[in-house]
Ligand binder design. Structure first.
Ligand code: PBG
Length: 330
């Protein structure tokens, strides 16, 4: 082009607010802090064990003594809460270790609350790690028996509350689970123990690494008769609404990254605090790409977590919790 063309000069210049870091900080709309994070931890019945999970580098199956060390570090980083998953010494048809007074989770909760009393301890409430068939409740005619599961859920949450859990997080997608749990806790005097419901949980391939970590893969079939179809969004609002009515204190959407639209919709539809679970497959993809030098891990992690918050989550369950808290302190 030889001659210069006249173009209108902009009057409005959004770049003014991007010019330097101080102004960018001032107009930033979403802030991620360590206080937004919940760190998931896997506790094993084995003694003095710290076994790295191959598909989740940096995450471990921990015996109780190592778990305590991890919880202290987590607390020191400003992360207010953990969620515990158990690897029991035995599995059976009902998943009975999950509601035994001396089950792995019950022992772990007692030990953590004893060593770090001001850590907020959430327990994952499910059966898939504890049943020999790997499904999320006892079976009848080859599928999970919803109402029989509710009775066992009631026993499980009461045993967690007796051990000192601050909050229980049912993840099995059984109909009526929040109501059954609220009524069992209240009947036993645990009116202060809260419920974080995995209200909107999809039947997702992103849970693959977790099932290795927690040894909880179903031995036959899949979880599509209880977890949600990834194609459905209106159904998410229905599930969320039911759990509000049944008495949940907080709701969760899971997974997070392929479901940012769902986080946004649930955020708009309810007034309860909303959590999102940045699940194992989401973690594994970032770790694998970073290990190959293909992405800048620190920037990617903060960008992903910020996107989950921007979509509408108040808190994020994430295996990146410790790393993110460290980056945020820099
Ligand atoms: C147990 C449970 C699962 C996860 C959390 N609780 C596995 C599943 O539903 O198969 C997945 C967490 C993750 O992938 O990080 N029901």
């Amino acid at each position: 082009m030889s001659e210069s063309l006249t173009v209108p000069k902009p009057v409005i210049r959004p770049r003014r607010l991007r010019a330097t870091e101080p102004i960018r900080q001032m107009v930033r709309e979403t802030r991620l802090t360590p206080a937004d994070l919940i760190y998931p931890l896997f506790v094993t019945y084995e003694k003095d064990t710290r076994r790295e999970i191959p598909s989740m580098p940096g995450q471990y199956q921990l015996s109780i003594n190592h778990l305590i060390e991890e919880v202290k570090i987590t607390k020191a980083l400003g992360i207010p809460a953990i969620i515990l998953f158990g690897i029991p010494p035995y599995k059976d048809a009902e998943g009975s270790d999950s509601f035994s007074e001396d089950g792995i989770i019950q022992q772990a909760v007692r030990a953590v609350k004893d060593a770090v009393p001001d850590m907020w301890v959430i327990t994952d409430v499910c059966f898939c790690e504890y049943t020999d068939h790997g499904h999320c409740g006892p079976l009848k005619n080859g599928t999970v028996d919803n109402d029989a599961t509710l009775e066992l859920l009631a026993r499980q949450v009461v045993s967690h509350a007796r051990a000192g859990a601050d909050m229980v997080a049912p993840s099995g997608m059984m109909d009526g689970m929040v109501r059954a749990i609220r009524s069992a806790l209240d009947a036993e005097g645990f009116t202060d123990v809260g419920i974080l419901s995995y209200a909107v949980k999809y039947a997702s391939a992103f849970y693959g690494p977790f099932r290795e970590a927690a040894d909880s893969a179903p031995q036959f079939g899949d979880r599509r008769s209880y977890q949600m179809d990834p194609a459905n969004a209106r159904e998410a609002l229905r599930e969320a609404q039911l759990d509000v009515e049944e008495g949940a204190d907080m709701l969760m959407v899971k997974p997070a990254l392929s479901y940012l639209d769902i986080i946004r919709r649930v955020r708009k539809a309810t007034t309860l605090p909303l959590a999102a679970y940045n699940v194992s497959g989401e973690y594994a993809m970032v770790k694998a790409a970073a290990a190959n030098g293909w992405i800048e891990e620190q920037r990617i992690v903060l960008e992903l977590l910020t996107s989950i918050k921007r979509a509408g989550a108040d808190v994020i369950l994430t295996y990146f919790a410790k790393e993110a808290a460290t980056y945020l302190q820099q």
